[in-house]
Design a protein around this ligand. Structure first.
Ligand SMILES: NC(=O)c1ccc[n+]([C@@H]2O[C@H](COP(=O)([O-])OP(=O)(O)OC[C@H]3O[C@@H](n4cnc5c(N)ncnc54)[C@H](OP(=O)(O)O)[C@@H]3O)[C@@H](O)[C@H]2O)c1
Length: 344
């Protein structure tokens, strides 16, 4: 019995030391300030988004954090203001799985902001088996389609910045993702493997969108990055069944990064000066690293852009005056597409 206790203690100590060593490497060492810059952080009400907001608030940025639950968001806004002495924390409602909510958010931002310097597409979910109002799987809508619409709709405001940046918080999960257009609408489902496929697909989609955006907009001064933050003990695991939580949470607490440690790469890509030459790159541990992409990823990225435009009813005009519009037809198109697929 004593041997087992000793063995467990040694294992725990070893894991703990390993976690400490791993975490140490992850700090963004840049001390650039962000005074005068406006940053939008989606999902700033929790986890990595909240930790990022804290970090950038200390650097003097004006920060717009988005939330779905107003009371929860308000508490976070007040906490950031109090602890960082930055009174320029603005709270806005946004549900990325609802394209009308995205439209309303953009309408409000356009009225209040003269420019946006950095957009951090951070919000995301890992678990969810429902579909949104448009019939799109909730994971794909929240992690890719909503941010796609949001990003394109904010391009004009970002263009007004002298050095606009867009950061996508992806995941190591992109490695297992496949974009398959004929099943994209049905990839979700009740089962855990189906949700995993939906998640990895959405995380790959974020990187492909980032690459395509870089191709189209870097020449116009935009710097775009995707990041994988590692594995962080945040609310993303809250959908676990309670028994799984009971087993995994103590271990997660011991070895996974905290939100503050995990947000370092997205902070780095948002603030570090001189990073423009790395636009179009994927970052991990505050360094560029090649993502694992399918061989024909450039073609898939173009197709995904076209698909996403139709899915959210967005028409990108050739002129700089990009305005989103919503087409009922696109909703009907995808609903009938889904019905058709389900009957097959
Ligand atoms: N944690 C990890 O290990 C890990 C690893 C790789 C990548 N990531 C990525 O990191 C990002 C942040 O995740 P996290 O770990 O910080 O998770 P989290 O603690 O659950 O925070 C997620 C944030 O996204 C918001 N959100 C969820 N659904 C939304 C929607 N439909 N519209 C708008 N906002 C929504 C949440 O708002 P509410 O407060 O309203 O729920 C919350 O603020 C995600 O994109 C995730 O995929 C996380």
């Amino acid at each position: 019995m004593n041997e087992i206790a000793l063995y467990s203690a040694c294992c725990s100590l070893w894991l703990y030391l390993l976690a400490v060593v791993i975490r140490r490497k992850l700090q963004c060492v840049c001390d650039d300030r962000m005074d005068g810059k406006t940053v939008i952080i989606t999902g700033g009400s929790d986890g990595l988004g909240k930790a990022t907001a804290f970090n950038l608030a200390r650097r003097g940025a004006r920060i717009i954090i988005t939330c779905r639950d107003w009371q929860k968001g308000l508490a976070v806004k007040q906490e950031i203001e109090m602890k960082t002495d930055n009174s320029e924390i603005i709270l806005k409602k946004l549900d990325l799985s609802d394209y009308t909510s995205v439209q309303k958010f953009v309408d409000r931002i356009v009225k209040t902001e003269e420019k946006v310097d950095v957009l951090i597409n951070n919000a995301g979910i890992g678990i969810g088996s429902t579909v949104n109002k448009n019939g799109h799987p909730i994971i794909f809508a929240t992690n890719h389609l909503g941010p796609f619409l949001l990003t394109l709709s904010l391009m004009d405001l970002l263009r007004k910045s002298s050095n606009p940046r867009i950061v996508f918080v992806s995941s190591v999960g992109h490695r297992w993702g496949h974009i398959e257009f004929d099943t994209i609408e049905t990839e979700d489902g009740g089962s855990v493997p189906a949700q995993f496929r939906a998640y990895t697909q959405s995380k790959l989609a974020q990187i492909l969108f980032m690459k395509e955006l870089h191709k189209r907009e870097h020449k116009n001064g935009f710097s775009v990055f995707s990041v994988q933050p590692g594995t962080i003990f945040t609310g993303i695991f809250r959908g676990f069944p309670w028994l799984l939580k009971l087993i995994t949470y103590p271990l997660f607490y011991l070895i996974l990064k905290t939100a503050d440690e995990g947000c370092q790469t997205q902070v780095h890509c948002s603030v570090s000066s001189g990073l423009e030459i790395y636009s179009g790159k994927h970052f991990t541990e505050c360094r560029p690293e090649e993502p694992i992409l399918p061989a024909n990823h450039q073609q898939i990225a173009e197709d995904l852009w076209e698909y996403s435009e139709k899915a959210v009813g967005y028409l990108s005009k050739k002129s700089s005056n990009i305005q989103p519009y919503y087409e009922e037809a696109s909703i009907h198109y995808f609903t009938s597409y889904l019905d058709d697929f389900r009957q097959r």
